[in-house]
Every structure is written in structure tokens, then in C-alpha cells.
Design a protein around this ligand. Structure first.
Ligand SMILES: NC(=O)C1=CN([C@@H]2O[C@H](COP(=O)(O)OP(=O)(O)OC[C@H]3O[C@@H](n4cnc5c(N)ncnc54)[C@H](O)[C@@H]3O)[C@@H](O)[C@H]2O)C=CC1
Ligand SMILES: NCC(=O)COP(=O)(O)O
Length: 332
């Protein structure tokens, strides 16, 4: 049976609520939670819900949650961040990652963290995507979010907008595209069609509004298409997501976080999944953040958590089914 590691995330956010509510409505025998059992028990009490914690790798029935116990450093209050618990959040990620790297779990699903409070604790942290790459000694991962009918991947992830242009390099883009292409092949998409957005308005308007398309993006698309890729672009981002542009498209590659994700989240927020491509293990995540305003209320959607868990399970199956037969060699 597949075992999925689930890190519950920021303890004062909705991560514990997600876990406790999930225990009520699903037979969650295949989840192993990395968290503090007392945080779950307290949240269940607050929500007036019944759960049973077992410190084992697999739960037996509904209401039971299998937990790998990791203690918080200080008291948790719903909706109130405390930087003393930042290291605890990272400890849960470290342990769960180790379990995945050692194949004790088949996939990692991450609950929502709060990036600001981890930095406030004096730890440089931009996101799971980069943190997990670092833990796994991988220099390049790709963030992709998916909802019904749309996958969006990002050429750059968590960085100030002013740093984006210098991070759009031929080498980095080539690696990003090859990772996306391989991921799609590995998951049964033949000849993946990827739309590549421009960086600048109107994809640079022939150089009058920026040169990255002419100097970097378009020549790379041409080169990769001559090697058998099916890339379209560069396409102005403002029309890349219209129904006509998306016909037959398997993924849209956006140049930066807020070029692609607002579209994806407008279509699918609270039911989409975030996937990290390029890691040595499968990782999916909820599409939302810690939602501090809703912690302890019970008034939350489990849609994205369900998608993240189901998607991870599908990737585990596909990994066994497709990977050995689909290998693409790339001169990156
Ligand atoms: N997967 C992760 O770990 C992610 C973490 N974040 C982090 O979360 C923190 C808070 O970010 P925000 O921009 O406020 O985004 P957010 O997603 O936490 O909240 C945005 C809005 O959506 C609502 N919301 C979020 N999840 C919901 C759910 N499951 N059900 C019902 N309503 C929900 C919130 O109440 C809020 O109104 C930041 O530190 C951010 O970096 C953001 C996105 C993903
Ligand atoms: N907007 C998605 C997001 O920021 C999640 O990032 P990560 O923590 O999964 O790297």
C-alpha cells in the first residue's frame, strides 16, 4: 500500500484543522502525519471533533491518525504566529523528506506553512520548492500548479520581481523546460505541447518593450523544437490563457510567480494542486497558504488537500507505470 507523508505545516494556521477534519471523512490509512500529536488533539477539541492518534506508520480506521511525533517548541494559539515554532515546522519537513528519500514513504504532501514567520525567526526561507531541493541536493526544481484543464509551471519561483529578468537565462530555461517535458512524458502525455510565455508585455513587441524574448526565449524555443520538442511561443502572457491559445496545450510556462498563478487560482483555488518537479521523490501540496484567519473555525475547504493527496497517489502509480519506458536525453 502507498504511504504518503503529510507535513501539517504552520501550527497556528489551518494545517491542523485540515488533518483533523480529513480524519473524519476519509479512511486515511495511508497517511503518515509529521506533526505534534498535542497540536492535533487540541485542534480537534477546539473543533469539537473526535480523533485518535496512533504513533505508528499506518492508521487502522477512520478517526485514527498515524503520527510521527515532533514536538512544537512553544504553545500554539490559533491564528497567532510564533517565531519560536518556525524551527519545528522545518523539523517536520526534514523528517518527512528523509522518509521519502529513504523510500519509507512513497510521496510527500505538504500542508500550508507561513514563509514570513520562518524568516522572522532568522532563517532564510523562500518556500518548500527551494527548501526541498536543497535538502535533496538538487540544483533545479520546477513549480507546477494544476487544476482541471490547466497546468501552469514557473520559470522562476519565489524572488522579488526585480530579480526575475536576470534569472531568465538560456541554461535555466532549458533545464526548466526539460524537467516539465520529462514530467509530462512520465505521466502519460505524449509529445507534450508547452506554451512558453514572454517575459515582457506583448512578448517584448519585437524588442521595443524588452529584449529577453529576442535574445533568450525565442532562440531557445527554436533550438528545442529542432530537437523534437513541441513548444509554442513566446506568447504574450495576456492572451496565453485564452481558450483558443490553450487548445491542446499540456502546460503553460510562465516566467514568474504572479504571471501564471493568478490565472490558475482564479480557475481552481482551493481545489488545485502544487507539484514540485525534479525532486528525487514525489511532492505535492495544497494550493493555499496558512489562512490564519480561519484556523480553529472549521470553516475551511479540504478541496485542495484532497486533490494534493489524490494527485500524489496518481503520480506514485504513474511512476511505476510510465517511467521505465520513457527516457528523453537532453543536452542541458
Ligand atoms: N502551500 C503553502 O505552504 C503555501 C503557503 N503560503 C503562505 O501562506 C501565508 C499566507 O498567505 P496568503 O497570501 O494569506 O494566502 P492564503 O492562501 O493563506 O489565504 C488567502 C485567502 O484564502 C482563504 N483560504 C486559504 N485556504 C483556504 C481554505 N482551505 N479554505 C477556505 N479558505 C481558504 C484565506 O482565508 C484567505 O482569505 C504566506 O506566508 C504565504 O507565503 C501561500 C501559498 C501556499
Ligand atoms: N504560490 C504557491 C507557493 O508559494 C507555494 O510554494 P511552496 O512552499 O510550495 O514552494
Amino acid at each position: 500500500m502507498t504511504t504518503i507523508a503529510f507535513t501539517v505545516g504552520e501550527p497556528s494556521g489551518i494545517g491542523p484543522d485540515l488533518a483533523v477534519i480529513y480524519a473524519q471523512i476519509k479512511s486515511n490509512k495511508n497517511l503518515l502525519l509529521f506533526t505534534d500529536p498535542d497540536v492535533l488533539l487540541n485542534r480537534a477539541k477546539q473543533l469539537n471533533l473526535n480523533i485518535k492518534i496512533i504513533e505508528a506508520e499506518q492508521a487502522g480506521s477512520n478517526y485514527e491518525l498515524a503520527v510521527y511525533p515532533i514536538k512544537v517548541n512553544t504553545h500554539v494559539e490559533c491564528g497567532i504566529l510564533n517565531k519560536d515554532n518556525a524551527q519545528y515546522v522545518l523539523n517536520t519537513l526534514d523528517c518527512a523528506t528523509e522518509y521519502c528519500l529513504n523510500s519509507r514513504c512513497d510521496a510527500l504532501v505538504t500542508g500550508p506553512i507561513h514563509k514570513g514567520i520562518i524568516n522572522q525567526a532568522g532563517i532564510n526561507f523562500t518556500g518548500h520548492t527551494e527548501y526541498l531541493a536543497n535538502l535533496s541536493n538538487i540544483d533545479k526544481t520546477v513549480m507546477m500548479l494544476a487544476t482541471n484543464g490547466l497546468r501552469v509551471a514557473l520559470a522562476t519561483t519565489h524572488m522579488p520581481l526585480s530579480d526575475v529578468p536576470q534569472n531568465i537565462t538560456t541554461q535555466s530555461l532549458k533545464k526548466t523546460i526539460s524537467i516539465i517535458h520529462q514530467f509530462l512524458l512520465n505521466n502519460g502525455v505524449n509529445t507534450p505541447k508547452i506554451v512558453v510565455c514572454g517575459l515582457n508585455p506583448h512578448a517584448g513587441e519585437n524588442g521595443y518593450l524588452g529584449m529577453e524574448e529576442i535574445e533568450i526565449i525565442n532562440p531557445l524555443i527554436k533550438e528545442l523544437n529542432s530537437q523534437g520538442y513541441n513548444l509554442v511561443g513566446s506568447i504574450p502572457a495576456d492572451t496565453a490563457f485564452t481558450p483558443n491559445s490553450l487548445t491542446g496545450v499540456d502546460c503553460v510556462l510562465s516566467m514568474y510567480h504572479d504571471q501564471g498563478l493568478p490565472v490558475l487560482k482564479t480557475l481552481g483555488f482551493k481545489k488545485a494542486v502544487n507539484i514540485t518537479l525534479g525532486l528525487p521523490f514525489i511532492r505535492t501540496s495544497v494550493d493555499h497558504g496558512s489562512a490564519l484567519n480561519l484556523a480553529g473555525t472549521g470553516n475551511i475547504s479540504l478541496g485542495s488537500l484532497n486533490t494534493a493527496i489524490n494527485y500524489a497517489q496518481m503520480l506514485v502509480i504513474n511512476h511505476k507505470k510510465f517511467k521505465p519506458t520513457k527516457v528523453v536525453s537532453l543536452d542541458t
